[in-house]
Design a protein around this ligand. Structure first.
Ligand code: GLN
Ligand code: ZN
Length: 753
């Protein structure tokens, strides 16, 4: 029995890749130094894999993104980048990040979320002039590089089907026009790899786990029938992940793949195998070590799952991860500050390599009992470690707790009377620029250079300025500015029981950007109010309403590593109860408007649409409602979302039963507004009237025209005027100017109504 993984993190143990590339961007190092640095990293990654697994990989390394590598490999360059006179690497970065030089200003390709992960890929752009053909030798060089280290690596490539399905087509042509050329390119790549001694090629086709149409299956078959009939002696592994491949499994087992990689963690692959069997002449790559979580594997539980497969196809099986380890941090050995009893439950990428090796040893019966015993001892320690109190509280939630009364229309009348807001009220999303002072204050406090009291006093100073500024600008509903928060999830995690924070648990989100998700490690509860003091202080400075500002349960959950052995629904409800307590405390302390951000609600929508309701929305939306159903009718509840793709989840969003929702619309406005209208959306809306993601100051006329467009489709009583997201990353100057224009524009349109 052999072992492998689907892919290894490329960022490096200490985020070396990020720093190398950023230094290259700043021209602090040369291209040669960049290449030497990345070569060292790749060799490191080969060596660490070789320590634990049999089939070591190349091809999973990338300077920015694997999909972009594939585009270049296939000669797929966006039309606007084709005539830039750049070397290979700079062209590559120009597609990833855009390119400016004098008069030249070329936009980057769009970035999209990679299935249900927090990784983002660069969308390939195909037009009618695009000619798909082998155009780059990165993959051959990396194979040879490994060979010079005496490693015959398995080569990982993005598969042609997923590539064509995720590409954006800007002309008349579509995926089916490229079947012959993409198959030819892969045949050539396989041939070349075969010539230089490659034994296994892994073609990643995660698109196979989505809801497939007949024509998708046809597309897949037509590409691969060509590849498989013309392939050289090198073996082809069809690798799938992020779920099961129920729509195409029966087709695939009839095809001539040498290996089939399946995910035994997400989805129900076991059912497919039980029902349709596994072809005897295909090696099964069993993705059994979870590539997405950070928890130590429970060997006994895992082995019982493997048992069935093992009996059936012993001898023809390779153990692997459920997906690439790209989605977990590099190694837990860096976390010296986490206590041992917590650390021993964790497994990051490096530890997962070891676990695969352990599982093989157990299955093949080398020293098995000792390994099993040690594992079981640790796993057992954390079973039943929940808090009785939290459990009882979740159990005692009643159906009526999910429903706010009176209904929205009645609340509206009551709120109109108590808040007395003008038509088209103006507001912001919450954060104001995090200036150097704000960051120094936080750093000083963390380093123990100032006391908690000094820290809080400084924060109050920023709040005071922020309130004064907003009053001067004439904004109607104010915010305190969020100067006490580094990050909207981390801040709440740090103030709740049940969270664990790593120091180096970085995961690549896109390119050089990494995130460090908190870990939910125990039952969640709130000991004392978190935001009340600062909100109350802000409100004391003004007669206008100041919004209380909270992060919602689903966003906290979706941007953390969840605990296991308990359902996501249960975690969401625990979080919701904690947020609910905070909401009620804010209300008790005189806060009249409370915003509960659900920036990430969309992010964990299941890959298959048929699962959206039953596996996600059916508990996520009620969890949100639980946070605010206890408030008085006069308290106004807002929520905010960081995107504008509403059409397909518009009803569930309305069912969150907030009074007001603000969202991103500045880049795609009218379409969303129409769909809000079509859906008879009840919630009042604040579609962002300008884009905060750039430093550009929108003019009054521009904002006036956006507002007028909004009013073409939305009744004036329902519209709020606000930027499209928080202002945290913006500078002071452009923020003040933009907001001044926003208020002026609102006043102008208001006077005409
Ligand atoms: N209230 C948060 C802020 O303004 C919302 C951030 C977000 O939507 N990502 O910063
Ligand atoms: Zn936002």
């Amino acid at each position: 029995m052999k072992t492998t993984i689907v892919g290894f993190p490329r960022i490096g143990r200490n985020r070396e890749l990020k720093f190398l590339i950023e230094r290259y961007f700043k021209k602090e190092i040369s291209l040669e130094e960049l290449n030497t640095g990345t070569r060292e990293l790749r060799i490191d990654h080969l060596k660490i894999q070789a320590k634990y697994i049999d089939m070591v990989n190349v091809g999973d390394f990338s300077l920015y993104d694997g999909m972009l590598d594939t585009s270049l490999m296939l000669g797929v360059i966006p039309a606007r980048h084709r005539n830039l006179n750049l070397n290979k690497e700079d062209l590559y970065f120009a597609i990833a990040k855009g390119y400016q030089d004098g008069d030249i200003d070329v936009k980057a390709s769009a970035m999209k979320k990679w299935f249900n992960t927090n990784y983002h890929y660069i969308t390939p752009e195909i037009d009618d002039e695009t000619e798909i053909k082998l155009s780059d030798d990165k993959i051959f060089n990396e194979f040879l590089e490994a060979k010079s280290e005496n490693i015959t690596a398995k080569v990982i490539l993005q598969g042609p089907f997923t590539f064509l399905k995720l590409a954006k087509y800007t002309g008349q042509k579509s995926a089916s026009d490229f079947i012959a050329s993409i198959a030819d390119a892969y045949i050539q790549i396989i041939k070349k790899l075969s010539d230089i001694g490659c034994e296994w090629i892994q073609l990643d086709e995660p698109y196979l786990v989505t809801d497939l149409q007949k024509r998708d299956i046809m597309l897949f078959r037509r590409i691969y029938d060509q590849i498989l009939t013309n392939k050289a002696t090198t073996k082809i592994l069809l690798q799938t992940y992020f779920g099961d491949i129920r729509d195409i499994y029966q087709d695939i087992i009839k095809m001539k793949f040498d290996g089939l990689g399946l995910d035994f963690v997400e989805g129900n692959t076991l059912r497919l195998i039980r029902e349709y069997g596994v072809p005897q002449d295909m090696k099964l790559f069993v993705g059994i070590i979870n590539g997405k979580n950070i928890w130590r594997c429970d060997y006994l539980k895992t082995l019982s799952k493997l048992h069935y497969i093992y009996e059936k196809i012993v001898g023809n099986l390779v153990l692997t991860t459920s997906c690439s380890l790209l989605h977990v941090p590099y190694s837990k050995t860096l976390e010296t500050h986490i206590p041992d009893y917590e650390l021993e439950r964790l497994a990051f990428a490096e530890e997962k390599l070891l676990e695969i090796n352990d599982l093989r040893n157990i299955l093949c019966d080398y020293d098995a009992s000792q390994i099993l015993h040690e594992n079981a001892t640790i796993i057992d320690k954390y079973k039943n470690s929940g808090s009785m109190e939290v459990m009882l509280r979740v159990d005692s939630i009643k159906d009526s707790d999910y429903i706010r009364t009176p209904n929205r229309a009645k609340r509206r009348t009551i709120q109109n009377e108590s808040l007395k807001l003008p038509l088209l009220p103006t507001t912001t999303i919450g954060s104001f620029p995090q200036t150097k002072d704000v960051r120094i204050n936080r750093a000083n406090y963390k380093a123990g250079k100032i006391t908690k009291e000094e820290y809080d006093n400084n924060i109050k100073g920023y709040i005071k300025n922020c309130i004064e500024l907003q009053e001067k600008l004439g904004i109607d509903v104010l915010v305190h500015g969020e100067f006490e928060r580094n990050d909207m999830v981390e801040f709440f995690g740090e103030n709740l029981n049940g969270f664990l924070f790593t120091k180096f648990g970085w995961v690549q989100s896109y390119g050089t950007r990494c995130v460090k998700p908190p870990i939910i490690s125990a039952d969640i509860s709130r000991e004392k109010p978190i935001t009340v003091e600062m909100s109350k202080y802000a409100q004391s400075l003004t007669d206008k309403p100041v919004k209380g500002m909270l992060t919602g349960p689903i966003t906290i959950l979706n941007w953390s590593f969840p605990r296991e052995g308990i359902s996501l629904r249960a975690i969401a409800l625990q979080l919701a109860l904690a947020v609910r307590d905070e909401v009620l405390d804010l209300e008790k302390n005189g806060i009249k408007i409370i915003q509960i951000d659900e920036a990430a609600l969309r992010e964990k929508l299941p890959i298959r649409k048929s699962d959206w309701e039953s596996k996600y929305l059916s508990w996520a939306i009620p969890a949100f409602r639980l946070t605010h159903s206890g408030v008085k009718p006069e308290t106004q509840i807002h929520t905010h979302m960081c995107y504008s793709e509403f059409d397909d989840i518009i009803k569930p969003i309305d069912k969150m039963d907030a009074d007001v929702i603000t969202f991103e619309a500045s880049r795609s406005s009218l379409e969303i507004l129409k769909s809000l209208k079509r859906a008879k959306f009840i919630t009042q809306v604040g579609p962002g009237v300008y884009d905060i993601h750039s430093a550009r100051v929108p003019s009054v006329e521009e904002i006036v025209s956006v507002i007028k467009n909004i009013l073409l489709v939305m009744p004036k009583e329902k519209v709020w005027i606000n930027p499209d997201c928080g202002l945290k990353t913006r500078g002071i100057k452009e923020t003040n100017e933009s907001l001044a224009n926003l208020v002026e524009a609102a006043l102008e349109v208001r006077s005409q109504l």
